[in-house]
Design a protein around this ligand. Structure first.
Ligand SMILES: C[S@@+](CC[C@H](N)C(=O)[O-])C[C@H]1O[C@@H](n2cnc3c(N)ncnc32)[C@H](O)[C@@H]1O
Length: 227
């Protein structure tokens, strides 16, 4: 059975998303996602980094400013067009590509002259309709001991119905007021991490991040490592 890949909604929401995230991203990204992600990533000058489902390229730009060379991709052509426009000042260090994270061959085609040192995906795994091909491709593209840091909604606290263990598609909003609802692909934690482990990764760091003052986390930030 063909799963709805959710692309139509992201094409329709791309301009709204780019406008909302703007030059410096929103509070959620800056204060909840970025600090631990940057700590786990530890960008070094001349690192070659894959930015998966890059949106308007906010994090790609940030990594480029820290001296990395970034290959960034998103499956929404409109989003990539807007990212290239907004990040024109770093295009000597960042290349943007239209590529579907669920298409293993297409992701492998982003291979460069040397293996990637690191890969990152901010707040997108729950938006991607199939994750096994992505984990396989990223494992293949990384250098030995290379790492893949991803953040996503905490699946244990954000599932759409009473049936946590059953994967399902839900409709929701990344940003209040966006033109159309998008797909969220709920998967239990054992499926997300089990798929990464089956691809060969080990997990060496893990954060659960709440909104300030809250007692329940809203996102997870995971660091996987190629064995
Ligand atoms: C919530 S946004 C996050 C964007 C960016 N990583 C950030 O943190 O600002 C999710 C992004 O995932 C992209 N996306 C969803 N499914 C995808 C897929 N199968 N392949 C590539 N990108 C995908 C969407 O187009 C959107 O830009």
């Amino acid at each position: 059975m063909q799963t709805d890949n959710g692309l139509t909604a992201w094409e329709q929401n791309a301009a709204f998303w780019d406008d909302y995230m703007g030059e410096e991203s929103n509070y959620f990204h800056r204060d909840l996602v970025r600090p631990h992600t940057e700590e786990l990533l530890g960008v070094q000058k001349e690192d070659l980094i894959l930015d998966i489902a890059c949106g308007n390229g906010n994090f790609s730009k940030r990594m480029a400013e820290q001296g990395a060379r970034v290959v960034a991709f998103d499956y929404s052509p409109k989003m990539v067009e807007l990212a290239e426009k907004r990040r024109h000042m770093v295009l000597d260090r960042v290349t943007f590509h239209v590529c579907d994270a669920a298409d293993e061959k297409a992701v492998l085609a982003l291979r460069q002259e040397r293996p990637f040192d690191k890969a990152v995906s901010n707040m997108a795994l729950m938006d991607i309709y199939e994750i096994a091909p992505l984990f396989h491709a990223v494992y293949e593209l990384l250098k030995p001991d290379g790492c893949f840091i991803f953040s996503m909604h905490h699946p244990c606290f954000t599932y759409p119905n009473e049936d946590y263990f059953t994967s399902c598609i839900d409709k929701g909003e990344a940003v209040a007021g966006q033109p159309v609802l998008q797909n969220y692909y709920h998967r239990p934690m054992e499926e997300v991490l089990g798929t990464a482990f089956a691809a060969g990764f080990i997990m060496d760091r893990f954060y659960e991040v709440p909104f300030p003052g809250q007692k329940v986390p809203i996102i997870i930030i995971v660091r996987l490592r190629k064995r």
